[in-house]
Design a protein around this ligand. Structure first.
Ligand SMILES: [Zn+2]
Length: 473
């Protein structure tokens, strides 16, 4: 329908003013990005110097809390030890929280701030980055020291640069930048930046504490896992299980009186291989169809005890599955059983039983569904436009080959979730891991712009009314 003739000049004037305001904002942010980039690199350097393996993130968490305090941004530590910082309009959040505030009280203050943001009907966007890194492996294989920042060839080298302290530092610095810009430019949404623990050990575990246990529920989530600053709009699910077989011990000279558990495990492993091949035959290797195909890999197996002198009475194997869209532990079990000839072998999901650095235990089964945000989703349209505005280029999109905290926000809660982060996913977890400084600059520019970026008129919170969403809001 065409608007009335008389309104057209008014609409044109409005559009002109809007574009004027947008270009003023973008050029202002552009200046701030160059000013803040050296600070981002310093923060990254400080983070890299702390080896923060899963369950040992205290140093990075303390560093971030101190950083936000210095920049007058309210932040608090969760019971699991994650750090959450909030960017809100200046009138709601006049300063940071004092260093002397007990942790419980800091959390209450943050809770009250988030309630005030909801009271204003201001949309809330969450940033997600994990503080933990994987072990460097054979340290001598590194050309650059893993726990220091080495800048060379426009890259920063060190364990966690790509996965994902680069994104973490960019998100933290972007919050400071946006906090400064919010004095002159109105925020379109508040941001809750979540710097979580134990993602490498149990993806989703610490993010669940924030989104579910503390009930700090955003409208949408940006994951900063590496994507070469292109948009990641989903991933396959992840399932790990043990195959376990029991038999009867006997002397090797009379195997017929025993029952060999190794043979049972061997048959189960061959069934796993057959199912994996069957999935490949049905769907093929097309990356566009990656969410349609589960892959199954038997990674290791052993008899218990591991000895050469008897018919073994116990055996187990470990299997890692990447789940296709809609697949679950039960559906994979059924497919294995349906092939016929399944031996007397149980399938038990692996459970992460770690302890956070704050002393909280966890029991987190490694069984997570696939998730995907379609290209026609309003949140995807929002992020694509934001990349064009802030970075001046058209982003491509992909499905991540690895697992992220999106298994909880999107897979379990059904929250609009997308990834965009600095670094190449192929160098994550490797020796001489690095992140491009060009990616860090883009990440800083984009993350700082997102709180100001206009949302689609008809979807201010990127909501899609879908009766199938697990937790439609
Ligand atoms: Zn990661």
């Amino acid at each position: 329908m065409r608007p009335g003739q008389g309104r057209q000049p008014v609409e044109r004037a409005m559009a002109f003013l809007y574009h004027e305001a947008m270009s003023r904002l973008l050029s202002y942010l552009g200046h701030l990005v160059e000013e803040h980039l050296p600070q981002l690199l310093l923060l990254l350097e400080d983070c890299l110097a702390i080896p923060s393996f899963s369950g040992q993130e205290a140093g990075v968490a303390d560093l971030l809390l101190g950083f936000f305090r210095r920049h007058h941004l309210p932040a608090a530590r969760t019971p699991r030890g994650s750090v959450v910082a909030v960017l809100a309009p200046p009138e709601l959040s006049p300063g940071g929280l004092p260093a002397t505030l007990p942790e419980g009280e800091a959390r209450q203050r943050l809770d009250a701030l988030l309630t005030a943001i909801r009271g204003r009907h201001l949309p809330l966007l969450a940033f997600n980055a994990h503080m933990d890194v994987v072990e460097p492996g054979e340290g001598t294989a590194w050309v650059y020291p893993p726990f220091a920042a080495t800048v060379q060839n426009d890259r920063v080298y060190g364990r966690g640069t790509c996965d994902m302290k680069g994104a973490l530092a960019a998100m933290a610095q972007a919050l400071v930048l946006a906090h400064q810009a919010a004095v002159e430019h109105p925020l379109q949404r508040a941001v809750m930046a979540c710097f979580v623990t134990e993602e490498e050990a149990g993806e989703g575990l610490a993010f669940k504490e924030i989104l579910h246990d503390l009930q700090w529920r955003p409208d949408a989530v940006i994951l900063g896992e590496p994507s070469e600053m292109q948009i990641a709009r989903g991933q396959r699910g992840k399932l790990e299980f043990f195959l376990r077989a029991h038999g009867k011990r006997a002397h090797t000279s009379v195997p017929e009186v025993g029952e060999n558990a190794a043979y049972k495990i061997a048959r189960a492993i061959l069934a796993v291989e057959a199912l994996d091949r069957g999935e490949f035959r049905t769907v093929g290797p097309d990356p566009e169809r990656i969410l349609e195909r589960s892959t199954l890999v038997a990674t290791s197996f052993r008899t218990i005890p591991f000895t050469k002198s008897s018919v073994p009475d116990m055996a187990e194997a470990h299997v890692t599955v990447r789940l296709a869209r809609g697949e679950t532990l039960d559906s994979i079990k059924q497919k294995l059983f349906d092939r016929g000839g399944w031996p007397e072998v149980t399938i038990d999901p692996v459970v992460y039983r770690g302890k956070s650095y704050t002393g909280l235990p966890a029991e987190w089964p490694a069984c997570h569904p696939a998730w995907e945000i379609p290209r026609h989703h309003p949140f995807f349209a929002f992020l694509r436009t934001a990349v064009r505005d802030a970075l001046g280029r058209e982003p491509s999109d992909r499905i991540w080959p690895f697992s992220t905290d999106g298994v909880y926000s999107a897979g379990q809660l059904g929250l609009p979730t997308l990834g965009i982060g600095p670094g190449q996913e192929a160098v994550a977890h490797l020796v001489d891991e690095f992140v491009e400084i060009g990616h860090l600059r883009e990440a800083l520019a984009l993350y700082a712009y997102l709180p100001f970026a206009p949302a689609p008129d008809d979807h201010p919170r990127f909501e899609v009314r879908s009766p199938t969403a697990p937790d439609a809001r």
